[in-house]
Design a protein around this ligand. Structure first.
Ligand SMILES: [Zn+2]
Ligand SMILES: [Zn+2]
Length: 362
């Protein structure tokens, strides 16, 4: 056990407390990563507010990048000094989902004791298999991917959740073909990545739908060809107009608000697919008219973490960034210290922020 600093949630809805905690050494197949950066995701905030339950006290944080500082037994592909991104995608590699190419929905459950304890030796939940609001993490080697030494850790941290979720949903879940039309509902962190994913995939037209004019303007910087204000009556009519009187081949729902889920099929062309990426709170329900979907061959598809295979997709996305085809620097709206994490979370909750990143000075 070693002592590190972490931001701990003791009570849902209360501010996180930056305090000393204990971290175990990496076990078999695990690595210890000393973090340089962790971005704040809306999922962290939803967890800290109690939207999805879970054990307390807990350490959230799952969009991280750093350098390997120790490896456990049986780790041969990584060694100390390797720069990596850390994801929450823990996969066994052999269950039917993993074997079928979808490790994001691995069927193996991991109920063992996590590596974290409070300073007085009580259980401390390593949320989302990461616990990255901390100076160091100990994670399974399948959760990490090596990155180039010269890649900034702040931009790298964004790749491990928001970028793979948005870009991955376009290429892996929607399987968008060049020339197709796309609607992206929500121009926040994930939405902007779905928009630039659609641009990279060769979409003909990309309609961004959001409640905020400011966010629609940002969406255009990321590749949206049209913006539609969600606050207007029947906003899908404005989308049809932008798409020459037709619905979209794919609509990606990147927000958690239920009306967005209920309206999504209205934006679709015949045969189109609605991809559900956002994470509404547990218990929230949406209603559909199944006959409408059946009559015109439309689909509703859920996508977790962009259905990515991190070892395949993250190196691709890093190349896109280094070639100037994927915007990452522009996704960062603020840089903060771990001690400022509650201010960074409050700023993210205002809805104006793209991604706030915590940087560890070491
Ligand atoms: Zn996330
Ligand atoms: Zn598996």
């Amino acid at each position: 056990m070693q002592t590190i600093k972490a931001a701990v949630c003791h009570e849902f809805g209360a501010p996180l407390v930056v305090e000393e905690v204990q971290l175990a050494a990496p076990d078999m197949g695990e690595v210890e990563v000393t973090l340089d950066a962790v971005a704040i995701c809306h999922s962290d905030i939803s967890y800290a507010e109690g939207a999805w339950g879970g054990q307390l006290p807990a350490v959230y944080g799952h969009e991280a990048a750093g350098v390997i500082s120790a490896v456990g037994s049986g780790v041969s592909d990584f060694s100390a000094g390797d720069p990596v991104v850390v994801t929450l995608i823990r996969s066994c590699g052999t269950c039917p989902s993993c074997a079928g190419g979808k490790p994001t929905i691995c069927e193996t459950s991991y109920n063992g004791e996590g590596p974290l304890q409070t300073s007085d030796g009580k259980p401390l939940e390593q949320a989302m298999a990461c616990g990255a609001f901390a100076e160091k993490v100990v994670v399974d080697q399948r959760q990490i991917v090596k990155i180039p030494h010269d890649l900034g850790k702040d931009v790298a941290s964004l790749i491990s959740c928001g970028v793979i979720t948005g870009v991955g949903a376009v290429v892996n879940a929607a399987q968008l073909r060049p020339g197709q039309d796309v609607v992206v509902i929500g121009a926040g962190g994930v939405g902007l990545n779905a928009i630039q994913g659609a641009r990279i995939a060769g979409a003909r037209r990309i309609v961004a739908v959001d409640m905020s004019e400011d966010k629609l303007a940002i969406a255009k910087e990321f590749g949206a060809t049209h913006g539609v204000l969600a606050t207007q009556d029947q906003p899908w009519r404005a989308s049809y107009k932008a798409l020459g009187g037709r619905g979209a081949d794919a609509v990606l729902i990147t927000v958690g608000a239920i009306p967005a889920y209920e309206q999504a099929p209205r934006y679709l062309a015949r045969g189109g697919k609605a991809i559900m990426i956002g994470m509404p709170h547990s218990g929230a329900k949406a209603s559909y008219e199944p006959v409408m979907l059946a009559a015109v061959g439309q689909g509703l598809i859920g996508s977790k973490m962009g259905d990515v295979v991190i070892q395949r997709d993250i190196p691709w996305m890093i190349d896109l960034y280094q070639q100037g085809r994927l915007k990452l620097d522009e996704l960062i709206s603020g840089r903060w210290s771990l001690e400022q994490i509650n201010e960074a979370i409050a700023d993210t909750k205002t809805g104006s922020a793209k991604r706030n990143v915590i940087l560890f000075n070491r």
